[in-house]
Design a protein around this ligand. Structure first.
Ligand code: PLP
Length: 401
């Protein structure tokens, strides 16, 4: 008998970051050791563990029997702590605006489910974190990419945004700091994006700020803090800044300065109730992260800055590679200038994996149009490992073809 057909929407889903893991796992099964610089999970790299006090709070919650369902929108104490944190970032957030989810990824699915339908669009940066392309189509919508400028630190190309705005754009996305480029948007750029959205009455902004505490030099600007008319979905969580991605806790906070999200909010709340709640012990762990001292963050940040320096130095000395120095998150989006590979970044990634056992992600996996000819490197590994990886990349590029 032939296979039972899958829904077409599922067959179309791609997630490049994890797709390249399949051949790497096969090589590992043959006994090879792979230097993995592909996944944006800080726990996968030594020296950046989840802080002790957060783990203890999580563990204590288990001991105390706090293992039941939580309220669907999140534990009240956590919603309050998140609201206080958003107030610190500059806008008038209340606990009622905060909805705790199984990570930003679940928040995205809920926002898309509550706002998109056939014929609507999401305008997202190109290159971008893949779910922004994968999920909207499940709701009949389309993702259109606006250009990030590869020659100019991957800043937003505002002319391109403006030329792609129309009635059907429901969500304009800013990932700040950006994955995969590490670009950090300035206050002026954020204001400009808000003023573009403001010209389209049904357009809301998604501000994915999951790396905001990893702005390496200076502060990052909260999009919600700058908007006095356009609705903003603020996204953040425990995965990156609090080094606990496996806990699967994140949130959306709704900034609705002109009071226009009543229906959307109702839809979001219905969807949240239908999926019960996020993990209770993990919420308690996150609460400890928000409420206790954050002094530890500076030491972590310094390690990341040191590792960034190693990569920038090495890339500047390798023929065939160039990079725009990132200001946030822990990614570099490296241009492959070597003409042998520039047109085929996926082959570059696969051949590098097979020949030198270094795993990075092809840029076209983050945008076919704007990511081609690049690869994304996660620079969280220890300096010796990074140097070893760059020795191998250099040898790979020098090999006669
Ligand atoms: C821009 C961006 N948003 C969201 C996520 C995922 O967030 P979460 O772990 O909270 O689902 C990632 C993970 O890499 C990301 O890069």
């Amino acid at each position: 008998m032939s296979d039972i057909p899958a829904a077409e929407r599922a067959s179309r889903i791609e997630y490049a970051i994890r797709d390249v893991v399949v051949p790497a796992v096969a090589l590992e099964a043959e006994g090879h050791e792979i230097i993995k610089l592909n996944i944006g999970d800080p726990i996968a790299y030594p020296g950046l563990p989840t802080p002790r006090h957060m783990i203890e709070a999580f563990q204590n919650s288990l001991e105390n029997g706090e293992t039941g369902y939580s309220p669907s929108y999140g534990l009240e104490d956590l919603r309050n702590a998140i609201a206080r944190d958003e107030i610190r970032k500059g806008w008038n957030c209340t606990s009622d605006d905060v909805y705790v989810c199984h990570g930003v990824t679940e928040a995205l699915q809920i926002i898309f489910a509550a706002t998109l339908e056939e014929g609507t669009k999401v305008l997202a940066p190109g290159p971008h974190y893949p779910p922004y392309m994968a999920y909207p189509q499940m709701f009949g919508a389309e993702t259109v990419e606006y250009r990030l400028d590869s020659e100019c630190g991957w800043q937003v190309d505002f002319d391109d945004v403006e030329s792609k705005m129309d009635e059907s754009v429901r969500l304009l996305v800013l990932i700040n700091p950006n994955n995969p480029t590490g670009n950090v948007a300035t206050k002026e750029e954020i204001d400009r994006l808000i003023s573009i959205a403001n010209q389209w009455p049904n357009c809301m902004i998604i501000a994915d700020e999951i790396y905001d505490g990893l702005t390496l030099f200076g502060d990052s600007t909260s999009v919600a803090s700058r908007s006095n008319s356009v609705p903003v979905f603020v996204l953040n969580g425990v995965s990156k800044v609090y080094y606990a991605p496996g806990w699967r806790i994140g949130y959306m906070a709704l900034h609705d300065p002109a009071n226009r999200l009543g229906e959307v909010r109702d839809g979001i709340e219905r969807l949240l109730r239908a999926r019960l709640c996020a993990s209770t012990p993990a919420q308690i762990g996150y609460l400890a992260g928000l409420e206790l001292s954050r002094d530890w963050m500076e030491e972590y940040k310094q390690k990341i800055i040191e590792r960034r320096e190693v990569c920038l130095n090495r890339i500047s000395q390798i023929d065939g590679l160039e990079v725009q120095a990132p200001g946030g998150a822990f990614y570099m989006f490296v241009e492959i200038t070597d003409p042998i590979w520039a047109e085929n970044d996926k082959q570059f990634v696969l051949d590098l994996l097979y020949e030198e056992h270094v795993l990075v992600v092809h840029g076209s996996g983050f945008s076919d149009e704007f990511g081609r000819g690049h690869f994304r490197l996660v620079y969280l590994a220890e300096p010796e490992i990074l140097n070893d990886a760059f020795d191998r990349i250099e040898r790979f590029l020098q090999r006669p073809r």
